[in-house]
Design a protein. Structure first.
Length: 226
C-alpha cells in the first residue's frame, strides 16, 4: 500500500511541476507557438504519468469479446488494434490486447500450463499473474489467474453471455495454453486452420481450445485490459 501511495504521489508531484513550468513560461511572455508546444508536452507527460501502469495496480482487469468479426491475416498487432477500436471496448479508455498466441510474437506457455518455467515462458502475454479478471461491466468476475499468468481452474463466470453472430473466438491455443500449430501461419493469412474457444464456456479447455476452423471463418476475439 505504501508503495502504491508513493507512486501516486510521484505522478501527482511530477504533473504539478510540469504545470508550474507551463504557467511560468506563459507568464514570462513566451510567444504563442512556444506556449502551445509547452502545453502539448505538459499534457502528454501528465497523462502518461497518471495512467502508465494500466490495470496493474487495480484490484482487477477487464476483458471483453469484440462485436465485429475478427480479421485474422493482420498479425498480432493487427488483432490488438481490432480490440482497441471495437464498439464493445469498455468505457474509460485503457489498452487491450487479444488473448491469442502464435508461437513467436505472443506466447502464453511453452510447456503445459507453464509448469516448467512459469511466467518466464511468456512472450508479450496478455494475462497478468495472480490477477482477478472481470467482464466489461467491471463487476462480474470471470476468474483469477495463477502465479503463471493463466487460468487453470474453471472460470467463475463465462467471459460473456452476449452473442453477436457466433459464440466462438480465435485463440491459437491448445487446451494447456501452449501454442497450437493452427494459427493461420502466425495470423498472416486467411488460408489454413486456426484453433478457437467459446465465450459461453467455463471449463478452461473449452474456453481456449474448443476446436479448429478455417482461417476464413467468422470468429470473434477476446480482448484483455493491460
Amino acid at each position: 500500500m505504501k508503495q502504491l501511495f508513493r507512486k501516486a504521489t510521484f505522478r501527482i508531484n511530477l504533473a504539478s511541476i510540469l504545470i508550474s513550468i507551463l504557467v511560468s513560461g506563459v507568464a514570462c511572455g513566451k510567444d504563442n507557438d512556444n506556449n502551445n508546444a509547452i502545453v502539448s508536452a505538459t499534457l502528454l507527460v501528465a497523462t502518461n504519468t497518471s495512467s502508465g501502469s494500466g490495470c496493474s495496480n487495480n484490484d482487477h482487469c477487464k476483458m471483453f469479446v469484440i462485436k465485429s468479426n475478427a480479421v485474422l491475416n493482420v498479425g498480432i498487432s493487427g488483432l490488438d488494434n481490432q480490440c482497441n477500436s471495437d464498439e464493445n471496448k469498455p468505457s474509460g479508455g485503457g489498452t487491450y490486447k487479444a488473448m491469442v498466441a502464435d508461437g513467436a510474437n505472443r506466447i502464453a506457455c511453452t510447456s503445459a500450463n507453464c509448469a516448467t518455467g512459469g511466467s518466464s515462458e511468456h512472450i508479450d502475454w496478455v494475462l497478468k499473474p495472480n490477477k482477478e479478471y472481470r467482464r466489461a461491466d467491471g463487476t462480474t468476475v470471470v476468474g483469477n489467474t495463477t502465479i503463471n499468468g493463466i487460468f487453470e481452474s474453471d472460470l467463475t463466470n463465462e467471459i460473456s453471455l452476449v452473442v453477436n453472430g457466433t459464440n466462438f473466438m480465435i485463440t491459437g491455443l491448445n487446451a494447456n495454453w501452449t501454442n497450437s500449430p493452427n494459427d493461420c501461419s502466425n495470423f498472416s493469412t486467411n488460408t489454413g486452420n486456426v484453433s478457437f474457444g467459446s465465450q459461453l464456456e467455463k471449463t478452461i479447455a473449452n474456453v481456449i481450445a474448443n476446436g479448429n476452423t478455417t482461417c476464413s471463418s467468422s470468429r470473434k476475439l477476446v480482448c484483455v485490459e493491460q
